[in-house]
Design a protein. Structure first.
Length: 412
């Protein structure tokens, strides 16, 4: 047994009391449970879609529960290993690898014929180890540059242009030595938001065999670029997701790097937004490569019999053209259904068109379970660079060694 599996089983034994929260798996077959990690706009929309489904299926009751991404994954592992948990779990595709290792999600290929599956973008059909484990309702989950057209009519195309325009837009209005307005904000303290620039220097997180590739000049140079932007006051000294959102919504930042989960909230806040690719790295001539993945649904291995039939019917509804068009209108996400992708309303939307342009230079997020170890290895070393306790060169070396060790431990 893999050590990773053993650790989860031990954790389950120690935390059996938590199963009281999740239920025992003995609920009636007419009650379906779905867990989602989607942010507020998507969650509100999903709730309305589920209510509409229940009105047309009065014999089915649906319970929706929200968890933050990591909380959802850990709770789902614990509950599913204990024989319970939700029938449908919704989230990004990178959870497929760990869920496969735990054997807690069902292969889906036997439930859908090839003609049905061909309706969806191949990126939305997430296969791993020969099985289809996730069907996505949207493609992307990717970062792009969002700019305030009022403050910046045309976005920068390169990092040199970013620095040039940034020097003009970052200002201390009241003379207290603190910047009141910034050119660019984003959650640069997190590795996911660092990865595009790693790709912009020709690097990536792993090779085709899921071996980490972090101790490279690309990692070093990407770290140095972030430090340079900070030292020049193009970006704040520190910035997490909440602060970045706040500054951009208050129109105190001309640009933000964020994903499709956020765009509708900026529009609702009254910001006249445009989308563009994250600026090309001037030193290399390469576009940054944000991770691209599907977000979608997997089915709990514990869902069986009549409840499985009801779950599959609900899943077909949630992936339908009608629902995806509504989702695209509300959330400005890229639909996975190819017919919806061709809809005039989608083709004519400038935000969706620019989002697709960013996807063209992105890279698929790995679904291998080793990706979890790589994230865990990157975070502390990268954040030590930002707080000045580790050089970029030493951080790249530490990331690589830590990732290799974590993967060895996971696979033993």
């Amino acid at each position: 047994m893999h050590r990773f599996t053993l650790l989860i089983l031990i954790l389950f034994t120690l935390l059996t009391a938590l199963l009281l929260v999740f239920g025992t798996g003995r609920r009636s077959d007419d009650t379906l449970v779905i867990w989602t990690q989607d942010n507020t706009p998507g969650r509100v929309l999903l709730d309305s879609l589920l209510q509409a489904y229940q009105r047309n299926h009065p014999d089915t009751k649906i319970i929706m529960t929200y968890y933050e991404t990591e909380e959802l994954r850990s709770n789902f592992i614990i509950s599913a290993l204990g024989g319970s948990g939700p029938d449908l779990v919704y989230g990004p595709a990178d959870a497929v690898g760990p869920f496969h290792v735990m054997q807690i999600i069902r292969p889906l290929e036997s439930f859908f014929d090839e003609a049905y599956l061909q309706q969806f973008d191949e990126k939305a059909r997430v296969w791993y180890k020969g099985h289809l484990y996730l069907l996505g309702d949207r493609i992307g989950n990717h970062l792009t540059l969002v700019y305030n057209k009022k403050l910046l009519p045309e976005p920068p195309q390169t990092t040199d242009e970013l620095i040039e325009v940034g020097r003009k837009l970052t200002r201390d209005v009241d003379g207290d030595g603190l910047m009141d307005y910034y050119a660019l904000v984003w959650n640069f303290v997190e590795p996911f938001f660092f990865v595009p620039f790693l790709g912009g220097y020709g690097g990536w997180v792993m090779d085709d065999s899921a071996r980490p590739t972090l101790n490279t000049p690309a990692t070093v140079n990407a770290c140095k670029l972030i430090l340079k932007l900070r030292d020049l006051n193009i970006i704040p000294r520190e910035c997490d997701l909440n602060l970045a959102d706040q500054l951009f919504k208050q129109q105190r930042a001309a640009m933000i790097i964020n994903g499709p989960w956020s765009w509708s909230s900026y529009i609702e806040a009254g910001v006249d937004i445009g989308l563009a690719r994250i600026p090309k790295v001037s030193e290399t001539g390469l576009w940054p490569t944000p991770m691209v993945s599907a977000k979608g649904y997997s089915i709990n291995v514990n869902t069986k019999g009549k409840r499985l039939e009801r779950t599959l019917d609900l899943l077909r509804y949630l992936l339908s053209e009608e629902v995806q068009l509504v989702t695209t209108r509300k959330l400005k996400t890229i639909p996975s259904h190819l017919n919806v992708r061709r809809h005039p309303e989608v083709q004519g939307d400038p935000i969706l068109r620019k989002s697709m342009e960013q996807i063209e230079v992105g890279r698929l997020m790995p679904v291998a379970p080793e990706m979890r170890a790589i994230w865990d290895a990157m975070r502390p070393a990268y954040q030590m660079v930002l707080n000045g306790t580790l050089s970029p060169e030493a951080a790249a070396e530490k990331m690589q060694k830590d990732a290799e060790k974590l993967i060895r431990d996971m696979l033993q």
